[in-house]
Design a protein around this ligand. Sequence first.
Ligand code: DQA
Length: 154
Amino acid sequence: MSEKNTTFVQILFEHVMNILIINGPNLNLLGQREPEIYGNTGFESYLNELQNRFSKHRLEYFQSNHEGAIIDKLHEAGFTADGIVLNAGAYTHSSVAIADAIKSITAPVIEVHISNVFAREAFRHHSFLSPVCKGVICGFGLDSYRLAIEALTK
Ligand code: DQA
C-alpha cells in the first residue's frame, strides 16, 4: 500500500478519543505542595508532555478546589467524553456526592493518585470512588496519569 493510502486508512480507522483530566483540591499547587510527596513538576508542564505523547487524541484539563464544580464538570463531560482521568485529591476519601456523579454518567472514569495512598495515613486507604471507577492507578508519581490514559486509549 502506498504511503498516501496508509495515511488515508489510518485517518479512517484511528479513533480520536476525547479524554478529560480532572484534578481536585490542592492539585493546582503541584510543584510547590509537599514536593517530597508530589514532586517538583507543575501540572501544566506535565500536561504539555501528555499532549505531545497522545497527540492523536484530544486531552482536556480541568482543575477545581470545589466539590460542586468537579461534579458539574463530570455531568458536563460525562455523556460525551470517551474517558475521564480523575484525581479527586482528598475528596476521594470523603465524597459520596462525587461517587454518585461517577455512577450517573456513562464515560469510564479512572481514579488516579500521584502518591501511593496505601503507604500513607489510614484515612487515605479508603476511597468512595474506587468501587464506581473502571480502575485505579496510584503511586507512580505524575506517570499515574499517563498510565491511566494508556489504559483508556489501548
Ligand atoms: C492524592 C492523594 C490524596 O490522599 C490527597 O488528599 C491528595 C493527592 C494523590 O494524588 O496522591 O490531594 O490524590
